[in-house]
Write a protein that binds this ligand. Structure first.
Ligand SMILES: [Zn+2]
Length: 293
């Protein structure tokens, strides 16, 4: 059971979001800045995302009439502008995902420059500022949350304190949190990337994706929220995406779900709150203000 379930539009039983983090080859450049440009294999693995997987994913979304959310580092927005145009032309959302996938913990104290540089790229290339953010490697910090509030963001999607969206309250303001979890992230079953420190045993498509569908069934039964956090260069590959596409088709024809962009989910929550139909659970930040030991 879920405390405080959200009434979804049109009496849908569960909201669903397939969110893609299009990191492309930013991962190798931030990890090996001295010689990444010589490392052709990981560059090519990353480029598969925008060049091969994104058109495939967009075709599926067009076929089913879905609008979804993509989180893309600022450098990738500049580097892959033709794919950005395709994503925006189809009405999808692009959220803030750092500049070059820098880890906010490793760059603590210097996030303002990275964060604001990325905002300007959004404005210049996407035509507007983003309202949502997902921290690279989920490593959100108080520094980034303050920057989000200063820049009038509406939501973060990096934390894990509940099954369904909730509210973050800080001394400077509040945001919605659209929670993530490793159980619905494709990194554990599919990422095999020694150069950046991940050596996961790659699962067969059906086995790697199976856990996601179990997560969905539980959320559906509870009237909750189901979000995938996946990567074009991993789950956008042929055999895996074929299975996701089949799952979308089956889910649309047999379940009462609302597929939505995160910005639309947040707008819905805001409307419910304003009309006093529902109020979010609240997490107050900071959790701690000094070292524990
Ligand atoms: Zn990422």
């Amino acid at each position: 059971m879920i405390r405080n379930p959200i009434p979804w539009p049109n009496n849908a039983k569960c909201a669903v979001s397939i969110s893609f983090d299009m990191d492309a080859d930013s991962l190798i450049h931030i990890s090996k800045p001295n010689d990444s440009f010589r490392r052709l294999y990981p560059i090519s693995m990353g480029k598969y995302g925008p060049n091969v997987a994104i058109p495939r994913i967009l075709d599926t979304y067009q076929k089913f009439g879905l609008k979804q959310s993509f989180f893309i580092p600022g450098w990738c927005i500049k580097e892959y502008q033709s794919q950005i145009e395709l994503i925006l032309k189809d009405g999808h959302e692009i959220g803030h995902h750092g500049y070059l996938h820098e880890d906010p913990i490793k760059t603590y104290g210097n996030q303002k420059e990275w964060f604001e540089k990325t905002l300007e790229i959004h404005k210049e290339i996407c035509g507007k500022y983003p309202i949502g953010y997902r921290a690279p490697v989920y490593n959100i910090t108080d520094e980034v949350i303050d920057l989000m509030i200063e820049n009038e963001f509406k939501y973060d999607s990096s934390m894990m304190a509940d099954d369904i969206p909730y509210e973050l309250q800080t001394p400077k303001g509040s945001l919605y949190e659209i929670p993530v979890h490793w159980g619905t992230d494709d990194w554990p079953p599919f990422a095999h990337y020694e150069e950046i420190g991940y050596m996961m045993p790659v699962q067969a498509p059906s086995k790697g994706l199976f856990g996601f569908w179990e997560e969905f069934e539980a959320q559906y039964e509870a009237g909750g929220f189901f979000m995938l956090i996946i990567h074009p260069f991993l789950t956008g590959r042929l055999a895996r995406w074929k299975q996701v596409e089949k799952w979308i088709e089956k889910t649309l024809s047999t379940k009462n779900v609302w597929f939505a962009k995160l910005e639309d989910i947040v707008q819905h929550l805001e409307d419910l709150k304003n009309k006093k139909i529902w109020s979010p659970s609240v997490e107050k930040l900071p959790y701690y203000t000094k070292k524990i030991l």
